[in-house]
Design a protein around this ligand. Structure first.
Ligand code: GLC
Ligand code: CA
Length: 531
């Protein structure tokens, strides 16, 4: 059973927005806060009651907002603080919540803190970052190359776990902790309901370790941020690299006073052997990993973050499902399997219309700083065509193209020139077309989320996995008191499988067949009340 605080959070359904690509209202080709406000009905009608915005603070945008230059102001391209206040008010008027993206591990090198810090060894910001005469280790940047950069101004090296312009903050300095607490308090005072916390596991360092992450003071720092009385009501989800259950419990155990939940990434490797290399069908491993973490979370009274897609990942639908002939079936089947588990559902923009991974013809069409770093390295081993193929498979731009609102040339996203090329299938896959279709993925999501919201067994019922021997099926039950539901999803792609299980009058099915017992078609799913 979940504790009261966590049980309330299971009522949240979070819609993740990449503001740069969601909706542009002033024709500069970049999405903005007014654009988000204009689409709140669309999000609420879907069944979401919270939005998470990728970073919207002032930023030179080397890493699209994950390089913050002022945490208490709004990115010029996105609008003004008045727009933000209005967004908060509009959300709250609808009974919806706002989750912001906090980036505590690093700032942009154009942040005032860094600009002051680099000036010398004895100003108030000198120790806001890690400065060394000699590199203390040979850590590599996640975006390729050395993680240490020599700064001519200060005459020392600083650490950047990500881009050269994303300098890691020195959390050992109490003034940094205080500065980040002030950021949290500033936004909570404005009414923000929670945070997604970027690369949380990196904030405490152990320079003797092989790479950055899980330093000795990590949990102390997390509590410094979120264990305080004045913020104890907010929702927090960390982006972590946690792979074992004990570490997960240390982050999110009900009595830890740290995070509400954590994104786990084990299942994100399904369908690829590394970020840029595809692999054959791996539905079985997706299912096994998801269900394993579901049981672990459940056993410890923790909340599972239920997600497939985000701004860093090519759509799961394209990796695992059939994103051509069976796009509707795959998208709805995958959603059913995931969102009826116990936890907090996250839906990434476009997922609700079965958006697929994007594809670009030229390397110049890409913007993602990460994939461009990798591309340069790939060229040493592969032909330009092969390197482009790898980038097309793994680039984060796969998920960052403008949202497709309609089938027109600019997808209804902007009247200007979109900052990133529209999706190559935007004429076919867009909101207008989906809503006009009798196989609408958006409407299926509505039904799914309604079913979940109306039946407490999906919120806090026990989960039992019963698909054991049927490799290509996912079957689980959710039970609360005498209320029991069965969720059955078939992921067999080519042949039909017989199931000794009857689900006579499903409350939800993606193929609309009155009797979903017996033989399931590829990607067919059904949810029924077991009596
Ligand atoms: C996280 C973000 C990613 C960003 C990185 C550095 O992984 O999700 O988009 O580039 O952190 O802040
Ligand atoms: Ca704009």
């Amino acid at each position: 059973m979940l504790c009261d605080k966590f049980r309330n959070f299971t009522r949240m359904v979070i819609y993740q927005i990449y503001p740069r690509s969601f909706m542009d209202t002033n024709g500069d080709g970049i999405g903005d806060l007014q654009g988000i406000i204009s689409k709140l009905d669309y999000i609420q009608d879907l069944g979401a009651n919270a939005v998470w915005l990728c970073p919207c603070f002032k930023s030179p945008n080397d890493d699209n907002g994950y390089d913050v230059s002022d945490y208490m102001d709004i990115m010029d391209e996105f609008g003004t603080m008045e727009d933000m206040d209005r967004l908060i008010a509009e959300l709250h008027a609808r009974g919806m919540k706002l989750i912001l993206d906090l980036v505590p591990n690093h700032t942009s090198t154009s942040h005032k803190w860094f600009q002051e810090s680099r000036k010398g060894r004895d100003n108030p910001y000198s120790d806001f970052y890690y400065w060394f005469d000699e590199k203390p280790n040979n850590w590599r940047s996640a975006f390729k190359g050395d993680a240490w950069e020599f700064d001519e101004v200060r005459g020392q090296y600083y650490l950047h776990t990500f881009a050269v312009s994303q300098a890691d903050l020195n959390w050992e300095n109490p003034a940094v902790v205080k500065a980040m607490q002030d950021v949290v308090d500033f936004w909570v005072a404005k009414g923000v309901d929670g945070f997604r916390i970027d690369v949380i596991d990196c904030i405490s360092k152990d320079f003797a370790a092989g790479k950055n992450g899980f330093g000795p003071r990590l949990h102390e720092f997390i509590r410094d941020l979120f264990g305080r009385e004045n913020v104890s009501h907010i929702f927090t989800v960390g982006e972590g690299a946690v792979k074992d259950i004990d570490e997960l419990v240390r982050h999110c155990g009900p009595d830890r006073n740290e995070l509400s939940t954590l994104f786990l990434f084990d299942h994100m490797d399904c369908g690829r052997s590394d970020k840029f290399t595809p692999m054959d069908d791996s539905m079985k491993s997706l299912k096994d990993i998801l269900l394993r973490w579901q049981m672990e979370n459940d056993r410890h009274g923790m909340l599972h973050s239920l997600f497939y897609d985000n701004h860093d990942q090519p759509a799961m639908l394209s990796r695992i499902g059939n994103d051509r002939e069976l796009r509707y079936e795959s998208a709805t089947g995958l959603a059913t399997m995931l969102y009826l588990l116990k936890g907090v559902p996250f839906i990434y923009q476009g997922q609700e219309i079965g958006q697929t991974a994007a594809h670009y013809d030229n390397i110049e069409d890409f913007d993602d700083i990460e994939c461009l770093g990798w591309y340069r390295e790939f060229l040493q081993k592969y032909t330009p065509e092969e390197a482009l193929e790898k980038v097309n498979f793994g680039s984060r731009d796969n998920a960052r193209h403008p949202m497709c609102w309609d089938g027109s040339e600019k997808c209804g996203f902007t009247t200007g020139t979109p900052w990133l090329l529209p999706h190559s299938r935007s004429a076919e896959i867009n909101v207008e077309a989906d809503l006009a279709s009798d196989k609408s993925i958006y409407r299926f999501y509505q039904d799914l989320l309604k079913l979940r919201a109306r039946n407490d067994a999906f919120l806090d019922g026990d989960t039992e996995v019963i698909s054991g021997e049927y490799e290509e099926y996912v079957i689980y039950t959710r039970t609360l008191g005498d209320e029991k539901w069965a969720v059955i999803c078939n992921f067999e792609k080519t042949s039909l499988i017989r199931l000794p299980f009857s689900c006579e009058a499903p409350a939800l099915t993606n193929l609309g067949r009155p009797t979903a017992g017996g033989v399931y078609k590829p990607y067919e799913c059904a949810v029924c009340r077991v009596r």
